[in-house]
Write a protein that binds this ligand. Structure first.
Ligand SMILES: CC(C)(COP(=O)(O)OP(=O)(O)OC[C@H]1O[C@@H](n2cnc3c(N)ncnc32)[C@H](O)[C@@H]1OP(=O)(O)O)[C@@H](O)C(=O)NCCC(=O)NCCS
Length: 211
């Protein structure tokens, strides 16, 4: 037998032993060196916001064309949501100056949209925050991180004093994302919403720029 095949056999044996050892390790144990806080930080680093691009239109339409998203948003947002709706929307955001609408990315992939609607006249230092995350990405802390980034941007770059929003009474996930970012509930607008033929309350949240 050639010496090379003997080496090959030894390598195979070594690999088999390594695999055997790997099987003995608990699942995901390579992450066990991180504390829960470190794991959270590593996940958060993968969530970013960036301006939308024309090339996002197909992905944007695919994510936004979802009744479970639309059920929590205002009626002017189209449903079904087509690629031409996405193109129209992206073109509007590209023209924004200053930029106030962003795509949310998770590990570099478009996963949602977040924006600030700047108010006018005596309300010019206020803006309404709005966002959605595509269903395949739910539950990864994406909305929470995106709200943090957008809020920071609104106060630091757009020099706002106050950011606020209204959440439909059944949208616990959105309320949690706001509360985890220091937004406070300032009241409930009883029966303010008429959506899908049903009346419901609107929970109003706000955050002020820290002095
Ligand atoms: C609401 C929405 C933005 C949340 O996005 P997300 O990336 O899944 O949110 P996060 O992962 O940051 O979760 C925020 C909190 O809500 C919780 N949560 C997530 N989905 C939930 C659900 N269906 N019910 C209750 N709580 C939920 C999370 O566990 C987390 O709380 P925790 O940290 O205490 O565990 C997303 O579901 C969505 O886009 N919905 C449709 C559009 C919408 O509601 N937009 C906001 C309008 S105000």
């Amino acid at each position: 037998m050639k010496p090379t095949s003997s080496i090959g056999r030894q390598k195979k044996l070594l690999c088999a032993r390594r695999n055997e050892n790997a099987r003995l390790l608990p699942h995901g144990s390579f992450l066990n060196n991180y504390t829960p806080f470190e794991k959270k930080l590593r996940l958060e680093e993968k969530i970013k916001i960036r301006p939308l691009k024309s090339s996002d239109s197909a992905e944007l339409a695919k994510l936004a064309n979802n009744k479970r998203i639309w059920d929590n948003l205002r009626d002017y947002i189209p449903f079904p949501y087509s690629e031409s709706d996405a193109k129209f929307f992206i073109n509007l955001t590209i023209k924004e100056a200053p930029q106030q609408t962003f795509g949310i990315t998770y590990k570099g992939k478009l996963s949602g949209v977040i924006g600030l609607v700047l108010q006018k006249d005596v309300y010019q230092k206020s803006a309404e925050i709005g966002y959605w995350v595509g269903e395949p990405f739910w539950g990864n802390g994406i909305a929470t991180k995106a709200v943090e980034l957008m809020t920071q941007y609104g106060f630091d770059k757009l020099h706002l004093n106050r950011i606020y929003t209204g959440v439909f009474e059944y949208n616990t996930a959105s309320m949690k994302a706001l509360e985890k970012n220091g937004y406070e509930k300032e009241g409930i607008f009883k029966n303010a919403i008429f959506k899908n033929g049903q009346v419901c309350d609107e929970h109003r949240f706000y955050k002020l720029k820290e002095k």
